[in-house]
Structures are given as structure tokens and as C-alpha cells.
Design a protein. Structure first.
Length: 478
């Protein structure tokens, strides 16, 4: 990688919110580039904070202006979760340090490199991982920044020495409109992040600005069965004739397609099509039609990079998924325990359908933790409908706030959720829990051999799942 790029980012860095996926990835990137890096967060005992600590980043518990003095830092990067009134952040500004949000800093890194950006309402983390996994397997030297840990990497970052970057691009704060991709991948487009966007039209405009900022001679890869993305691609084609457009979809209609889709255990298999003609068979190391779509996006990037698709047919077989994407926590006493990050109604529907196909014939027990008051309030009825349809036995936890304040009218949204839920399921199949630290006996006492227990949510519901699994193991003396 060019020394000019390194010089533009030189500094002694302190990262606030290092326990989160986004900031921890930047910490590992900057550490890999040879800079001095420290970080802090409220919770630093495990997860991402522990991962960056193992890589040599000094990590502090909590927030304090003392960190800035101890580390003699000159650059501070903070996550969206850090309030602007935070005393450490205020002190950094008062001291005249360079202070920048995570998304703004990531944008400068992204724009300085030859970046393949993966965005969309769902599937970003898995698709980003697949793109990086496929290109790495084909011999590309690249850096990858992902919104979740990839077990085969041991982190949410893959470090390389070239200027090629594969990066998950989050639309949650509109900053992506200022990014300039070489190749943009759009997996889907629907309403989310109700705390930022009034309607899906606002998200559309941000996506459009992002793609219009593409570097010359780049490409747009998009899911062709999404009507909004198809409309967006039409606008892009008229304004940016220098960009190649490649759509993908199940079936044979799109530039890249998949037919003969089937599942063998935890592997999805399909025949890859290019312009309607068979290229060959693809076997994935992950299940589900949604992962076939993610794989097609990765294959489209391979094509956009000018490589023959036949060379990539086996490139994703070794990919076993990102952490918290239908991750098996354990199996004991005839019960399988699985954790998933799904936190939007569309994601939950796909996850539960895939879980049933991988583990057919089992009673599906769901631990559901809503993520953010704004999202739960906006989709209360939709959450209730998809959970009533997909779960046989449902445990509901309080909302994981992710630093959001509880709205005054939130009670009415909870009532709507419960009204729809109880209207679709029997009261005996719905249990309300106090939180992740609740008495696990209320869950394990209702489990039976043959059950499949799935935790759903982007918060800390996985902690409860782990506790339930361990309690079940003790009960069964496993």
C-alpha cells in the first residue's frame, strides 16, 4: 500500500466505543497499519473489545478525559453510541484534538482506497464476508472491514497490503452518501432505521447519491428483483454511462442467476447462470435461499473485477458464515441451540424459514429481543405477525435500547405488538421475560428433547441463550 495513503492517516489514535463492531474494526485496521491505538467503552470484558485487546490495543473500561492524557493521543474517533455530551469527547474537543465520527473516518479510508462497498437493508455482513472470501481465494491481496466477526479470520477485519478494500457500508446515519465506491453492491432496499429515516424514499435518495459518487469505470451490482433497486439502477444507467451494471436474482432472468437450488444439511447448492447460460455448480458452506442471493452478489463482483466466473465456482464452499448468523451454540439432551442477529421482520422471517429447513421436524422455540425502541415501534405489528407465524413457542424480552431513550408513547406500541401476537397465537405459547439476566428455569422448564431454540436480536439476547444452554446441560448432566 502506498506510503502516501499511510501519511494521510498518521497519528496516535484513541477510539471511543471500541466494544462495537464498527469502531473495533477501525482499531484493528489502524493497529495493522502500525499506528498507536487505544480505546474505551462501557463494556470491555468480552466480544469485540476483547478481540482488539488481544491484538495489542490498550482498552479502558468506561469513559474519562484521563484516557486522552495517558495515551497522549492526537486523534479521537467516536461511535454513534457515544453521546456528544460525553465528558471524554467534550474534553477531546476542548484540548484541540482531531475528533471525528466513526462513519466520517471510515469514509475517508473508503474514499482513499479502491473500495468495494456492500450495502443494503439486510445481508450486508454475510455478503461483504463472501465477497472478501471469494476474492481472497482467487488470489487478491485485500483488506476487508465487516460488521460481524468472521470465525475463519478470528476478527471482523482482514488485513492486506494493497489498496483494495472490501467494506460493509452502513446506511444508518446517511454518511454513506459521501462515500465514493469503485464497485457498489446493493443487496436490497426497504425501510429501517426509523430513528433516522421518515420513509423508504429517504433511504433511496441516500443510496442513489452513494452510487452516483462511484469512481469512474466502476460498477453497480444489485438484486434485480428489488423494484426500488431496479429503479435506482435505471437512474444510474442514464446518468453514469461509465459504470457497468450487473443484476442478480434467483432464476434465469438476471445477468447472474441461480437455478436447481437445493439444500444438503447446512449447505445450499445451486447452478450458477450467466446471461441465462449455465456456468457450473456452486456449493456453499451456509444454508438458505437468502445466502444463495448473497453468493450471487459475490459472484457478480468477481465478474465486475474481470475474472471468469468459472474460476470462482468453488470459492465459497469453505465460507462457514459470520458469527451470530444461524450460529450453533451447542446441542445437548436432544435440543439444538442457535443464535442469530436478525432484528428486522424480513430478516426474522428468512432466518426462521431457513432454521426449519436445516433442522426439520423440531419444535421451534424463539427467544426474541427487540432492538431499538424506534425500530420496534415502527414495525410492532410486523414483528408480531412474523413471530406468530414462525415460532411454536415464543419468549419475548424487553427492548434492547442501543442508547435510545424510551418514547413517551411506547406503551401503545407494546400493546399493539401483544394484541396482534395474542390474536394469532395461544397465550400459553407466549412468555414475557424480564431480561437477559432472568431466571433461566422459566425457559429450560418448558424445553423438550427435539426442540430447536433460536435467539433473535442485535442486542445481547445471545447472552441469555448461552445461559439457557448451560442450564439445560446441567439439568441433563451433560
Amino acid at each position: 500500500m502506498g506510503s502516501e495513503l499511510f501519511r494521510s492517516f498518521e497519528g496516535n489514535y484513541h477510539l471511543m466505543g471500541v466494544g462495537g463492531a464498527g469502531v473495533s474494526a477501525l482499531a484493528l485496521l489502524l493497529k495493522g497499519w502500525g499506528f498507536e491505538v487505544s480505546g474505551c467503552d462501557v463494556d470491555v470484558e468480552d466480544g469485540y473489545a476483547d478481540a482488539v485487546r488481544r491484538r495489542g490495543v490498550r482498552v479502558y473500561r468506561g469513559h474519562s478525559p484521563e484516557h486522552l492524557v495517558l495515551e497522549r493521543c492526537d486523534r479521537v474517533v467516536f461511535s454513534k453510541a457515544v453521546d456528544r455530551s460525553n465528558e471524554e469527547l467534550v474534553a477531546a474537543i476542548r484540548m484541540g484534538l482531531s475528533v471525528e465520527s466513526r462513519s466520517s473516518f471510515l469514509g475517508r479510508v473508503f474514499n482513499a482506497m479502491r473500495s468495494i462497498g456492500v450495502s443494503g437493508t439486510h445481508g450486508k455482513t454475510t455478503t461483504t464476508s463472501m465477497v472478501a472470501f471469494a476474492l481472497k481465494g482467487l488470489g487478491f491481496d485485500l483488506t476487508a472491514l465487516v460488521g460481524g466477526e468472521v470465525p475463519s479470520w478470528g476478527a471482523n477485519v482482514l488485513l492486506g497490503d494493497s489498496d483494495l478494500l472490501v467494506c460493509e457500508v452502513d446506511e444508518s446515519d446517511r454518511q454513506m452518501a459521501e462515500y465514493s465506491p469503485y464497485i457498489s453492491v446493493l443487496t436490497n432496499l426497504e425501510l429501517d432505521h426509523a430513528d433516522v429515516y421518515r420513509d423508504v424514499g429517504q433511504i433511496y435518495e441516500v443510496f442513489l447519491s452513494y452510487v452516483m459518487n462511484s469512481k469512474r469505470g466502476g460498477a453497480l451490482v444489485y438484486w434485480g428483483d428489488d423494484p426500488l433497486l431496479s429503479r435506482l439502477a435505471g437512474e444510474v444507467s442514464r446518468a453514469r454511462s461509465d459504470l457497468a451494471l450487473l443484476d442478480y436474482a434467483l432464476g434465469s432472468r438476471a445477468r447472474l442467476g441461480a437455478v436447481g437450488i437445493r439444500q444438503e444439511g447446512r449447505s445450499a447448492l445451486f447452478t450458477l447462470l450467466a446471461d441465462g447460460s449455465p456456468v457450473g455448480e456452486v456449493r456453499l458452506g451456509v444454508p438458505g435461499e437468502h445466502n444463495v442471493l448473497n453468493a450471487l452478489a459475490a459472484m457478480a463482483v468477481v465478474a465486475a473485477m474481470g475474472l471468469p466466473l468459472s474460476s470462482a465456482l468453488g470459492s465459497l464452499e469453505g465460507f462457514r458464515g459470520a458469527k451470530r448468523r444461524l450460529t450453533v451454540v451447542g446441542e445437548a439432551g436432544g435440543v439444538v441451540f442457535v443464535d442469530d442477529y436478525a432484528h428486522h421482520p424480513t430478516e426474522i422471517r428468512r432466518t426462521l424459514a431457513t432454521a426449519r429447513s436445516v433442522w426439520p421436524g423440531r419444535r421451534l422455540v424463539v427467544l426474541f429481543q427487540p432492538h431499538r425502541f424506534s425500530r420496534f415501534a415502527r414495525f410492532a405489528a410486523e414483528f408480531a405477525e412474523v413471530l406468530a407465524e414462525g415460532a411454536d413457542l415464543l419468549f419475548v424480552l424487553p427492548v434492547f435500547s442501543a442508547s435510545e431513550a424510551r418514547p413517551e408513547d411506547f406503551g401503545s406500541k407494546t400493546e399493539l405488538f401483544l394484541d396482534v401476537l395474542y390474536g394469532r397465537k395461544g397465550a400459553g405459547d407466549i412468555i414475557l421475560l424480564d431480561g437477559v439476566d432472568c431466571d433461566t428455569g422459566g425457559v429450560t422448564g418448558l424445553l423438550m428433547p427435539g426442540d430447536l431454540v433460536v435467539s433473535l436480536g442485535a442486542g445481547d439476547v445471545n447472552v441469555l441463550l448461552r445461559r439457557v444452554f448451560e442450564d439445560w446441560c446441567r439439568l441433563k448432566e451433560v
